[in-house]
Design a protein around this ligand. Sequence first.
Ligand code: HEC
Length: 139
Amino acid sequence: MMGKGMRKLVRPLAAGVVLVPMAVIMMAAGRYQETAPAEDVAKGKAAFERRCTGCHSLDRDKEGPRLAGVVGRKAGSVEGFPYSDALKASAMVWDEALLNKWLAGPDTLVPGVEMDFHVPDAGERTEIIRYLRAMSGKP
Ligand code: HEC
């Protein structure tokens, strides 16, 4: 015999049997969505460090200009960096598509620029650009 009090207890328990697994599945899905981009950004960071840091840093100018915040920045606009006239005159604003072309061949995108380097592998370019996006506050 179930008293009124007992029934009150059983019903939430039954709901728990359904809701708890659902919550677990949703949490697992959420975690997957969080870690995938973070792993991609880590890959991009490694590629950036392998390919770019000989001439670039995120937060100071070296042989190339600082690159933190470059996504969404006007090309050739870091104050005090001695850009080529070609890049300064390009009137581009860096987005992913332009960065992809730039990294594939700077001098093809803007003849006369002075970045004597390119990244032939499209997958590696994508990783690096994802990292630069994240370092521009655009994850
Ligand atoms: C051999 C040195 C060198 C390497 C390696 C190099 N860069 Fe550069 N980069 C430069 C120079 C020099 C400039 C300035 C070009 C100019 O003024 O024409 C530049 C400019 C840039 C710009 C334009 C920035 C702005 O403020 O408009 C971006 C973006 C860039 N580099 C990204 C990269 C990335 C990403 C890598 C790695 C895949 C890389 N560079 C590797 C030398 C280098």
